[in-house]
Design a protein around this ligand. Structure first.
Ligand code: 3H9
Length: 658
């Protein structure tokens, strides 16, 4: 019998404690228990110890803190291999003659889930999450996950989990057979009881199981659906192929295919780009000057303007549990705004995104009014009215008088100068920008605009709010269009130069869509409508540099009433939302070129892509020089999350740097 007080150290991150004849191995590698070389070495030693110590009858592996194991240490990718590798550790766990129990205390992701799958039994805390997010990093599970998971849960569930990268909660994991139990009381006590019940019995190895049968047609359908959604990415297709092969290949064959695929993808450009995105997101949370600033607590939030954008913002706020007061200029508009918000909540209910209780709670937190003074109790007010300086200035002046002097005022403007708006108030220090993207209840990006006079606490409050809404906040300085629209303007300008030089809208769109953009630039212009950019060009006309290259084709389109999808015609013609090439546009482009004496030339897709990415990156460099953006990777995140840039290309700054 092992002394109950014995504590063992296997490495700086792995310790052991004897609980009677069960060795409890605790992984403690903050912040998330990544399976670093240190952790792998410690776990290896712990398993050796368990094998050689006759006093040990069973092993429980658990994690300290919120994670069981968050997966392989992503920081080690691209560096020389350090033994033991994760596949070797995983195999050692499964090979143990003494039962190994995974006591899953928190997230078990990627390699963490693979450790759990190799154990002979799994029990989880009710709040645990299990999954294989590897495809989000452009790789496939590389320590047996694609082969062990289907042998436990069947190919269909495995294909879905591994192909989408979405984790499942403990309840679902139990339902599909991924874990054998959810702890009813204390996880460790339940795991120890499980260990007692298994000791002395032959161990049950996952690799020796036969995958539960899945309907092959349904598996293939699921693969087809996920592949379509993952357009352009290599990893999901490969990951699903491997998982599906578990029903036909031996474990050894499947494992060697998995290893070869993992190593090939790990060194691919897509994986490098997605790793860049992963770390970029973590870096974006570190904002200079806000490190030790406490955001203000927020309970009641006001939204002014309940059009499409305002209603989307309101819905996002209600979903995050805030009390909301929506303001509109008169009662009918306020009622219409309320109906718009309830409609979105209703759709969320119908799609299963929220349940009836959520719906009722969110609807009960919603009030609308046409009286500005009713916003008085708000801790923060976001204005999302028409993007016009006069309208916004008047609203800000009135709001400034109505709300508490310590409440935050945020503008959702896309192009106007928020410093000028702040200057119209008695408390410019509480004015920030919160630039949401439409539809605001869906789109992940929020640009948090650091106005010149805003206090760090005001900015930190906006940043924390966006995080609470589940969004990705990126801090930007003030300039026309902030980060995203500045880059998008440069993209637009270059796309128009290409047009004049000889490429047609459909050729430019096809090149960018093949590259991976959700939509080509001209299709996006049509979707957004051409009139706002037209109005801006007219405004800027008197101060435009006469020497600078200016393409007037978009102006000709607007003058001809071709204002985009809404008017049925823009750069393309639309019928039932389907875009078709319009010879009238081709003719207008030819006339404009001829008027300037330009002889069009054929432009290859490679040149189109290079010039457009180059234009975005050049503009990005200017934003960095002017300190509008803090890091190149912030710019990448803005373009990926707000403008359809493919994450697997890493964003324009990353792509241009390569
Ligand atoms: C894999 O497992 C491959 C295997 O199949 C095969 C191998 C052979 N490694 O997100 P947070 C850092 S692939 C290294 O803000 P949260 C992160 O950079 C891996 N570092 O926390 C940050 O550092 P810093 C599959 C990692 O509480 C800090 O931890 N696994 C890793 O919001 C806090 O991160 C995944 O893809 C890692 N694996 O969320 C899981 N994970 O403070 C990726 C995190 O210096 N991770 N860090 O900026 C996540 O999804 C989230 O981090 C998690 C926690 C949900 C765990």
């Amino acid at each position: 019998m092992v002394d109950v007080t014995t504590s063992l150290t296997f490495s700086d991150t792995v310790s052991g404690k004897a609980e009677g004849d069960v060795l409890v191995v605790t992984l403690n590698n903050p912040p998330v228990n990544a399976a670093s070389a240190e952790l792998r070495q410690g776990l290896w030693r712990a398993l050796d110890h368990a094998r050689s110590d006759n006093a040990v009858s069973a092993v429980v592996i658990t994690g300290a803190g919120k994670s069981f194991v968050a997966g392989a240490d992503i920081k080690e990718f691209g560096k020389p291999q350090v033994d033991p590798t994760l596949p070797a550790v995983v195999e050692k766990i499964e090979a143990s003659e003494k039962p190994v129990i995974a006591a899953i205390n928190g997230v078990a992701l990627g390699g963490g889930c693979e450790i759990a799958l190799a154990a002979h039994a799994r029990i989880a805390h009710s709040k645990a999450k299990l999954g294989f997010p590897e495809v989000k990093l452009g790789i496939v599970p590389g320590a047996g996950g694609t082969q062990r998971l289907p042998r436990l849960v069947g190919c269909l569930e495995a294909v879905e989990m591994i192909g989408t990268g979405k984790p499942v909660n403990a309840e679902k994991a139990f339902g599909i057979g991924l874990i054998g139990a959810i702890a009813k009381g204390d996880l460790l006590s339940d795991a120890l009881a499980l260990a007692q019940s298994l000791k002395g019995k032959p161990v049950l190895r996952t690799s020796e199981r036969i995958a539960p049968r899945s309907d092959q047609a349904t598996v293939q359908n699921t693969i087809a659906k996920i592949t379509l959604k993952a357009k352009g990415q290599m990893a999901p297709g490969e990951a699903m192929r491997l998982a599906a092969s578990a029903s036909t290949l031996s474990f050894t064959q499947g494992l060697s295919d998995e290893r070869e695929t993992f190593l090939r993808l790990r060194d691919s450009d897509q994986a490098k780009a997605l790793r860049h995105v992963f770390f970029a997101e973590r870096d974006a949370a570190k904002v200079d000057g806000l490190e030790h600033v406490e955001p203000l607590p927020l309970n009641k939030i006001g939204v002014c303007g309940l059009g499409l954008m305002g209603a989307g913002i309101a819905t996002a706020l209600l979903s995050a549990g805030y009390e909301l007061i929506g303001y509109e200029r008169d009662e009918p508009a306020a009622e219409a705004g309320k109906a718009r918000i309830l409609d979105i909540l209703g759709k969320n209910l119908k799609s299963g995104r929220i349940d009836q209780a959520d719906f009722e709670r969110q609807a009960a937190n919603l009030a609308t009014t046409a009286k500005l003074r009713e916003l008085a109790p708000c801790d923060l007010v976001i204005e999302a009215v028409f993007d016009d300086m006069t309208i916004k200035t008047e609203l800000f002046q009135k709001l400034d008088l109505v709300i508490r002097s310590d409440a935050i005022l945020a503008t959702n403007t896309s192009y106007l100068d928020p410093d000028a708006l702040a200057a119209e108030t008695a408390h410019p220090e509480r004015v920030i920008g919160l630039h949401f993207f439409s539809p605001a209840n869906i789109m992940r990006l929020v640009e948090v605009v650091r106005c010149a006079q805003a206090t760090p606490q005001a900015v930190a409050t906006g940043f924390a709010l966006a995080k609470k809404l589940g969004k990705l906040p990126i801090v930007t300085g003030v300039c026309e269009g902030f980060i995203g629209n500045s880059i998008f303007s440069a993209y637009r300008r270059e796309a128009e130069f290409l047009l004049e030089d000889g490429a047609l809208p459909q050729e430019i769109d096809a090149a960018m869509e093949d590259y991976g953009m959700a939509m080509g630039p001209f299709a996006v212009f049509d979707l957004a409508g051409l009139e706002i950019a037209w109005a801006r060009r007219k405004r800027e006309a008197p101060t435009r540099d006469p020497e600078a290259r200016y393409v007037d084709i978009a102006d000709r389109l607007c003058e001809a009433g071709r204002l985009g999808q809404k008017s049925g015609r823009g750069w393309y013609s639309y019928e039932a939302g389907k875009r078709t090439v319009d010879s009238a546009v081709t003719e207008m482009i030819a006339q404009s070129r001829a008027a300037k004496g330009i002889t069009p030339r054929a432009i290859a897709s490679e040149e189109i892509v290079k010039r457009l990415i180059g234009a975005m990156a050049d503009e990005g460099k200017t934003l960095l020089d002017k300190a509008i953006a803090a890091r190149a990777s912030d710019i990448d995140l803005v373009m990926i999350n707000g403008y359809g840039f493919p994450a697997y290309r890493g964003g324009p700054m990353f792509a241009a740097s390569r």
